[in-house]
Design a protein around this ligand. Structure first.
Ligand code: ATP
Length: 361
């Protein structure tokens, strides 16, 4: 493993009403697009502000390239922040807004012009130098805010919900642009969102935070396919969460979960080795559920189609298994042939793609 560019070491933060960050440890590597994801109030912004130097931790260290910067003021850190409220200087045009930081640093006029031109080209706003902020759309203003940070060539760019104020379509366009920009610059981005889809689309790694603690760190595929906890499974994507009790554990790693009146097969995994009698939850993504008129994935479960709807190009199906268990399945219409409500079908899934998780108290 390379050395991290940034290391948060046992960070504690308390504003006086109890801890907000508990012993938070995190390594960030050069060139990553790392996203902090979690519900409102879990401590994402506080973490970012501690990295920026805008907040001091009560305990713990912030290391940049191995140097302790915990007490270094924000302006001395090679770290910049783009906020959701992009707050451009209203009386300055685009060029002046972007050049401002360079001017403060005493960069020559000529170099300012060259670097502003480069930054504008990166955010696809060449030719907009003389526009005033009021003459720009929301997306353009946010791009100027990003250019204003990028032009300073920070080691790390912090982005606190930078797309939060944009409408959905623009937000999706900007997601693609930001990701491209990050790749082009090879700069380390630490990004905050509470939108799990945005996190899955953009990040190289996602840090799921819950009440000031890291719940899971992984690539988008890892956190989606192998959630480590029920919270992570529930927070990211849609799932069938099958709450039950482990009844059988076999030596080959297979086990049986009793869910109401249905016995469901599962596998041991690296995160959790349950014992008979344990309460556990199977996380089954709707895209993993297969059904048809022959047994699926070697399983013998059967169910009855409860509903079948065509939504956004995909077939959304509910299948009742036994008296109380209803599974949601999402499939390509061609795969399932739009089976009628009331049809009995075999149901199955790849056990490796349905992790078993400990039940939460
Ligand atoms: P959101 O998604 O809503 O922005 P967040 O995950 O970024 O939430 P933080 O802003 O880090 O959460 O806040 C974490 C907790 O710390 C919250 O309970 C918040 O009320 C509290 N908090 C943050 N800043 C302060 C402050 N300056 N003084 C007192 N409490 C604060």
């Amino acid at each position: 493993m390379p050395e991290p560019i940034l290391r948060l070491q046992h960070i504690q933060k308390d504003f006086g009403n109890g801890p907000v960050l508990h012993d938070l440890c995190l390594d960030v590597y050069a060139g990553e697009f790392l996203t902090l994801l979690g519900p409102s109030g879990c401590g994402k912004t506080t973490t970012l502000r501690i990295i920026a130097g805008l907040e001091k931790p009560n305990d713990g260290q912030v290391l940049l390239d191995g140097q302790d910067i915990t007490r270094l003021p924000p302006e001395k850190r090679p770290i910049n922040t783009v906020f959701q409220s992009y707050a451009l200087f209203p009386h300055m045009n685009v060029f002046q807004n972007i050049a401002y930081g360079l001017k403060v640093l005493g960069v020559s006029r000529r170099e300012q012009q060259q670097r502003v031109a480069e930054a504008l080209s990166l955010v696809r706003l060449s030719g907009y130098e003389k526009r005033m902020p009021t003459q720009l759309s929301g997306g353009q203003r946010q791009r100027v805010a990003i250019a204003r940070s990028v032009v300073l060539r920070p080691r790390i760019l912090l982005l606190d919900e930078p797309l939060g104020a944009l409408d959905l379509k623009l937000r999706q366009e900007m997601q693609v642009e930001l990701k491209q920009l990050q790749r082009q610059l090879g700069m380390t981005f630490i990004y905050i969102t509470h939108d799990q889809e945005e996190a899955l689309n953009m990040s190289s790694r996602i840090v799921i935070i819950r009440e000031g603690r890291i719940e899971q760190i992984g690539t988008p595929e890892e956190v989606y396919d192998q959630p480590a906890t029920l919270f992570a499974a529930d927070f990211i994507g849609q799932s069938n969460l099958l709450h039950g009790q482990v009844t059988v554990c076999n030596l080959d790693g297979t086990l049986t979960l009793q869910v109401g009146d249905v016995s469901v097969p599962a596998l041991l995994n690296q995160n959790y080795a349950p014992r008979p009698g344990d309460k556990a939850v199977l996380c089954l993504r709707p895209q993993q559920v297969r059904y048809g008129n022959v047994p699926q994935n070697g399983m013998t479960l059967t169910g009855v189609i409860r509903s079948n709807e065509y939504v956004g190009g995909m077939q959304h199906t509910q299948i009742a298994l036994g008296g109380s268990l209803v599974l949601r399945a999402v499939s390509q219409p061609a795969e399932t042939d739009g089976r009628a409500v009331g049809t009995e079908v075999y149901v199955g899934w790849n056990l490796r793609h349905a992790p078993l998780l400990p039940e939460e108290a």
